[in-house]
Ligand binder design. Structure first.
Ligand SMILES: O=C(O)CCC(=O)C(=O)O
Ligand SMILES: [Fe+2]
Length: 281
């Protein structure tokens, strides 16, 4: 658990944990609930009204649909999604009513939280607080409001919400309604992640995770990935390599290419970073 008030001092000890939760982050719980509610109302719109956003291009500003990677999914998926790019350009929906205002405020507040976490990570690595933000052109960085809708499923054991994957962003925040379902792989076992009301779940390492479904009630989660600017190559930090006397273990890649890789068949059930690992000779 990251208490935001203690971020810089408490952080180093907590880095070993597999996934973090953030409290005291300053985003009103009522705003988080309003955002979940607005997304729920979008998913419940008649199919006709959602049709215009059912596109398949990775970086379309607004898109919705069923499934994770439509081209390559092999298992029975039980999920609808809505992805809206909120930064560097803010995009929004006219329906359902209220989505625009709520998502504007929510995107600003969550971006501020992600920015603080990124500075905390920079400092915990012994770098200037704004080192990573500068290197990643954070001021032009991508932020997506990615809502997931998992209706109750009569046979949850035969389906999955989202198959195992790693996220593509630098800092992904996640909130959910009162249903759990996010699981992370830990010591070869899937472990359910609980979240306290009003907290964010944070993923900033390439954590292997999945979303399960249940037969009781609809689950809604909103993942908010924050990444570098699309044209920015992500590389191992030269100063840290030098300090540790290490050579780079990963090749560099622009964020846009990395996102394309994450959505491609090569990344299906394979952690994305595996593709970037420098091969031992
Ligand atoms: O629904 C969840 O808890 C997980 C969502 C997720 O992993 C994603 O959107 O990338
Ligand atoms: Fe994810």
């Amino acid at each position: 658990m990251i208490d935001f008030a203690l971020l810089t001092s408490a952080y180093p000890d907590q880095r070993a944990q597999m996934i973090q939760k953030v409290i005291n982050h300053g985003v009103p719980e009522s705003l988080m609930e309003a955002m979940v509610d607005a997304c729920q109302r979008f998913f419940e719109l008649p199919e006709e009204e959602k049709k215009e956003f059912q596109t398949r291009n990775l970086l379309d500003p607004i898109k919705c649909g069923t499934s994770f990677n439509v081209a390559i999914d092999k298992v029975r998926l039980w999920r609808d999604h809505l992805k809206v790019i909120a930064h560097p350009e803010f995009n929004s929906l006219y329906t359902p009513a209220g989505y625009g205002e709520v998502s504007l405020e929510f995107s600003k507040r969550t971006r501020a939280v992600a920015t603080e976490i990124l500075s905390g990570i920079s400092e915990s690595l012994g770098l200037e607080a704004d080192y990573i933000a500068k290197a990643m052109n954070w001021d032009r960085g991508l932020q997506i409001l990615a809502a997931n809708y998992y209706p109750a499923c009569p046979q949850p054991d035969l389906a999955i919400g989202i198959p195992p994957h790693t996220d593509h962003g630098l800092v992904t925040l996640l909130i959910q309604n009162d249903m759990c379902g996010l699981e992370v792989k830990h010591n070869d076992k899937w472990v359910l992640v609980n979240s306290a009301p009003g907290s964010f779940i944070v993923n900033y390492k390439s954590i292997w995770h999945r979303a399960t479904v249940n037969n009781t009630a609809t689950r809604i989660s909103i993942a908010i990935p924050h990444g570098p600017a699309l044209d920015t190559p992500t590389l191992p930090i030269p100063e840290l390599l030098e300090k540790e006397g290490e050579t780079a273990k990963y090749i560099g890649m622009t964020y846009e290419k990395f996102m394309e890789l994450q959505a491609s068949p090569a990344a299906y059930m394979v952690p994305c970073l595996d593709h970037l690992r420098v091969k031992d000779n």
